[in-house]
Design a protein around this ligand. Structure first.
Ligand code: GLN
Length: 314
């Protein structure tokens, strides 16, 4: 990377001041907790593959990880069963449908296609090696903690809010089970999936988690090896295909970096070998991606010239 430390710091501040108050969007309302988070919050963080940290705004506000957790459970399941089995059992294609679509399952013989939508994420949780719900949960939480380099915790408040309203996900879990694409007890996978969505992370945690992917699996802050390097290109490809749900194609076209968003307002983009950019702000667009988060992250990526598809002269 040709960019120096000062310019990254300046760009992170600039992106935050340009877009932290962008109007539009609304907090997720289908999970009661998320509706109550202050909509004005906005934070941004960059962590480089060699451990430099840049932050602006509410980068230390702890928000619900939600769908972004799918990336990290995918990483764990891939450690357990390998990339070939993961692709065969879950898939690696975009569904082109909303993240909680039942129709996507109906259209594809109940194969979830992507580990980054709710169906595929629950199927992926069921592939994590564990003999009890508590062991499955401990391993998934442990993965989130190792990637962030911090003792990430479950929020009982978020978890309660989701466990008491997740009927649609329970229905999806049973559909998968009936089709043979759920590999543990269906309600155990749904329960643990719901818990993994209910941990609290900051934009700084998220950028560190992404930087661990960018660096080849070694957490750049703690220096611990968390993931097998050879799995990471597969994880980043899944993020490109479905990380921003049914606007993943638009994100690839305009930003060109593997990304992942969550309905808690978090969004992550990873430039392999270099750095990760993480934004947070609760108001979402109709697809479920943070309005301001997308703008802040895209601004930093573009200004730094980071785009997987970039060619000389572009
Ligand atoms: N827990 C949420 C759900 O399952 C996560 C969805 C998301 O972030 N897109 O509906």
């Amino acid at each position: 990377m040709t960019t120096d430390t000062q310019s990254i710091a300046a760009l992170v501040s600039e992106a935050h001041s340009l877009f932290a108050a962008t109007p539009g969007g609304a907090n997720a309302s289908y999970i009661p907790y998320l509706a109550s988070v202050p909509s004005t919050l906005a934070g941004l963080a960059v962590v480089t593959a060699d451990g430099q940290v840049f932050e602006a705004g509410d980068s230390k506000y702890a928000f619900a990880i939600e769908s972004i957790s799918k990336v990290f459970s995918l990483a764990l399941a891939m450690e357990d069963i390998g990339p070939d089995a993961l692709r065969q059992k879950v898939g690696a294609d975009p569904t082109g449908m909303p993240f909680n679509s039942v129709m996507a399952l109906e259209l594809h013989d109940d194969k979830p296609l992507s580990p980054l939508v709710n169906a595929g994420a629950m199927s992926t949780v069921s592939l994590v090696k564990a003999s009890t719900a508590e062991e499955r949960w401990a391993r998934i939480l442990g993965m989130q903690r190792d990637l962030a380099g911090r003792q990430i915790e479950l929020s009982d408040e978020v978890n309660q809010s989701e466990q008491t309203t997740n009927f649609h996900n329970r229905a999806i879990a049973w559909l998968l089970y009936s089709a043979g694409t759920m590999y543990s007890d269906a309600m155990q996978a749904c329960d643990v999936y719901t818990r993994q969505c209910s941990t609290l992370i900051t934009a700084l945690d998220l950028a560190t988690m992404g930087a661990t992917l960018a660096s080849g699996g070694i957490n750049p802050i703690t220096k611990k090896r968390v993931l097998t390097a050879a799995n990471i290109p597969h994880i980043l490809a899944e993020m490109t295909m479905e990380g921003l749900y049914d606007s993943s194609g638009d994100w690839a076209y305009t930003v060109g970096l593997p990304g992942k968003s969550g309905v808690g307002g978090g969004i992550l983009a990873v430039m392999p070998g270099q750095l990760a950019i993480a934004g947070f702000s609760p108001p979402l667009d109709p697809v479920g991606n943070s309005v301001r988060g997308q703008r802040m992250v895209a601004h930093v990526a573009k200004a730094l010239g980071l785009n997987l598809y970039r060619v000389p002269g572009a």
